[in-house]
Design a protein around this ligand. Structure first.
Ligand SMILES: *[C@@H]1O[C@H](CO)[C@@H](O)[C@H](O)[C@H]1NC(C)=O
Ligand SMILES: *[C@@H]1O[C@H](CO)[C@@H](O)[C@H](O)[C@H]1NC(C)=O
Ligand SMILES: *[C@@H]1O[C@H](CO)[C@@H](O)[C@H](O)[C@H]1NC(C)=O
Ligand SMILES: *[C@@H]1O[C@H](CO)[C@@H](O)[C@H](O)[C@H]1NC(C)=O
Ligand SMILES: *[C@@H]1O[C@H](CO)[C@@H](O)[C@H](O)[C@H]1NC(C)=O
Ligand SMILES: *[C@@H]1O[C@H](CO)[C@@H](O)[C@H](O)[C@H]1NC(C)=O
Ligand SMILES: *[C@@H]1O[C@H](CO)[C@@H](O)[C@H](O)[C@H]1NC(C)=O
Length: 548
């Protein structure tokens, strides 16, 4: 592999390694962007090589007896939890209480998903409750771990390191001495190898838990994703895990819905919602930035002396915290993780929580509008009734075609994004997630429960179990698990408190239909309004009382 150093000037870099240069002065290549190319230029593609025959040409596959579908969600006494991040080297720092603290569990949407302990229903588990049987499952999942987005603060930070290294020069010492020889090895937007494994594992886990539902299908199922590279890659890795690498292309249909400006797509609804792309949306980062000035003020004083010749800012520190997450999920390890203390990580975690709350969560007036299209599709699937009113991100071309949008599957799988899933949770009135808002921007409240690392981490997964209780033919109940923890549905009109998170199916559907009535997509997405001050919104809608 030949590293390509994307630099205008030609420095002698190729053999430089961290540690091989002067310890206290930045090398001229500090901050440079590096990228590899594989396969090697000119390599023969294996498939076209007559030396390497395919499996069907070689033959002799050995016995190939298949077994029965697994159904662990009904037959096992408990489920296996997602509780590790293999093969990442999990950064652990000494916490304030003396206990080990893993920053990667506190980096919001940049955390790899882990099973959540509880969203307020600690007595239940994902296993189908006694006396019920499983009829149908709805899975909505996020893509896996990715590189930073194209416009990321991490790339800007690397640029600043490089500019400083090549102009006046700088010298890092102490916990920042690694910056002297640090280079930026991250690409943009696409899945990382670890991200691919997350989706493959999600697919395997889903087969082990829900495989028996395949017996109810009379045709191949349709799974949906969007056209972005990481979205398709995620969907395919899920399918490869669920069906097997040699079989997946023949065992289901993959619908790829275009994700692009102006498109109607319920899995990327911001593409047809003005207020998801202007100051109404940017309010999230504005609120988060108020908090970063506070939680990082002391950090700036602590770290500035360790970086002589470099004008360290609060934004740089935020980028460095992001780099801990991005480098670890991309490269397996990051020096940036050890730079910050437990309190600084908790500050960063809240920074992300604020950004989501006010940008895509309960506190943003365009959230419910963005999420409501998926709710319309969900109601259509639950009632087996085609959608006829088009007043949201729903794409009529897709949902009126039963080939593209079948209503009678036992398994539904949709892939989407963190920000979108956050809006869908608001549209579905999972109000327990919003119960402790609105969130202050000057301190972390004691009762804070809106943790993005639990709600929208990499490969976050929402599972709707449609059940019949008592076990019988017709479905009678539904419940929703987010990252293996049942969500209380008591915010949905008519749903009574239930220890397992169950709601009567007809009541749930009526609640969703009422949500569809409540949400004014056109006004909330396209209305010319400013966010009220203070922003006390907790239902993701512009307050009707403030409309002119
Ligand atoms: C759904 O039902 C239709 C008509 O009853 C049938 O043709 C189709 O194969 C079914 N699809 C699935 C995935 O079961
Ligand atoms: C609806 O989806 C179809 C199929 O992907 C696409 O060609 C069309 O442009 C979409 N329409 C809108 C308005 O987004
Ligand atoms: C340091 O950066 C800040 C923020 O970008 C800027 O306002 C300030 O002028 C810079 N100071 C120096 C000495 O470059
Ligand atoms: C796209 O969405 C808009 C707004 O809801 C709707 O008026 C239009 O009919 C939709 N177009 C398609 C093709 O779905
Ligand atoms: C959460 O704490 C804040 C103060 O930090 C308080 O104003 C609010 O009422 C509390 N909310 C709940 C639901 O306890
Ligand atoms: C959704 O939650 C809000 C409170 O945030 C409540 O006023 C409304 O009635 C709920 N709607 C439904 C249909 O559950
Ligand atoms: C929105 O309203 C403000 C003031 O009411 C006006 O200045 C602005 O031009 C309007 N923007 C759009 C896009 O209509």
């Amino acid at each position: 592999m030949i590293p390509i150093f994307m630099l205008a000037a030609s420095f002698a870099l190729v053999h430089a390694r961290p540690g091989s240069t002067l310890a206290h002065h930045a090398s001229t290549f500090a901050g440079a962007t590096t990228a590899a190319i594989f396969p090697p230029v000119g390599a023969t593609i294996t498939a076209a090589d007559t030396f390497f025959l395919g499996a069907s040409e070689v033959g002799f596959p050995g016995p190939t007896l298949t077994g029965d579908e697994p159904n662990a969600i009904e037959t096992a006494p408990s489920i296996a939890k997602m509780d590790n991040m293999y093969p990442l080297v999990e950064p652990t720092i000494k916490g304030t209480s003396g206990k080990a603290f893993n920053p990667l569990e506190h980096v919001g949407q940049l955390s790899p998903w882990q099973s959540v302990e509880s969203f307020g229903l600690p007595k239940t588990s994902p296993v189908i409750p006694k006396g019920c049987s499983l009829q149908q499952v709805h899975l909505l999942h996020r893509h896996g771990a990715r590189y930073p987005t194209a416009d990321s603060a991490t790339a800007s930070f690397a640029g600043k390191v490089r500019d400083t290294a090549t102009s006046g020069g700088f010298s890092g010492s102490g916990v920042l001495s690694f910056l002297n020889t640090w280079t930026y090895k991250l690409g943009a937007e696409i899945l990382t190898p670890f991200g691919r494994s997350q989706l493959f594992n999600l697919g395997v886990g889903f087969r082990v838990k829900y495989g028996e539902l395949l017996d109810d299908l009379v045709d191949l199922p349709v799974f949906r994703t969007t056209s972005e590279a990481r979205m398709l890659d995620s969907a395919l890795h899920f399918a490869a895990g669920f069906f097997g690498v040699q079989d997946y292309q023949n065992q289901y249909h993959q619908l790829i819905m275009i994700e692009n400006d102006g498109q109607n797509n319920t899995l990327s609804p911001y593409d047809n919602c003005d207020n998801a792309n202007n100051d109404v949306f940017f309010f999230g980062s504005a609120q988060a930035n108020k908090w970063s000035q506070i939680y990082l003020a002391h950090t700036l004083k602590r770290l500035s002396p360790l970086l002589k010749g470099f004008n360290l800012t609060i934004s740089d520190l935020v980028a460095m915290q992001q780099l801990c997450a991005y480098e670890t999920v991309s490269l397996g390890f990051s020096e940036f993780c050890g730079v910050f203390t437990e309190d600084e990580w908790k500050g960063f975690e809240y920074f992300i929580d604020l950004g989501f709350w006010y940008g895509n969560g309960p506190g943003n007036p365009a959230s419910s509008a963005q999420g409501i299209g998926y709710v319309q599709e969900l109601v259509s699937r639950l009632t087996k009734t085609p959608i006829t009113t088009f007043n949201s991100a729903v794409n009529s071309t897709i949902v009126t075609n039963p080939v593209l949008f079948p209503l009678n599957q036992s398994i539904f799988v949709d892939a989407s994004h963190d920000s979108v899933m956050a809006t869908i949770f608001v549209a579905m009135n999972f109000t327990s997630l919003a119960a402790n808002g609105p969130l202050p921007t000057d301190h972390i409240p004691r009762n804070q429960t809106y943790f993005v690392s639990h709600i929208a981490p990499f490969a976050t997964n929402l599972v709707g179990q449609v059940l019949s209780c008592p076990a019988f033919e017709e479905p009678t109940h539904i419940r929703w698990l987010l990252n293996d923890a049942a969500l209380p549905l008591t915010g949905i009109k008519g749903c009574k408190f239930n220890l397992d998170g169950l709601c009567d199916l007809k009541t749930f559907i009526a609640g969703m239909q009422q949500r569809i009535e409540e949400v004014d997509f056109t006004f909330d997405c396209f209305g010319n309004y400013t966010i009220p001050v203070p922003d006390n919104i907790v239902d993701g809608q512009f307050p009707k009382s403030l409309r002119k």
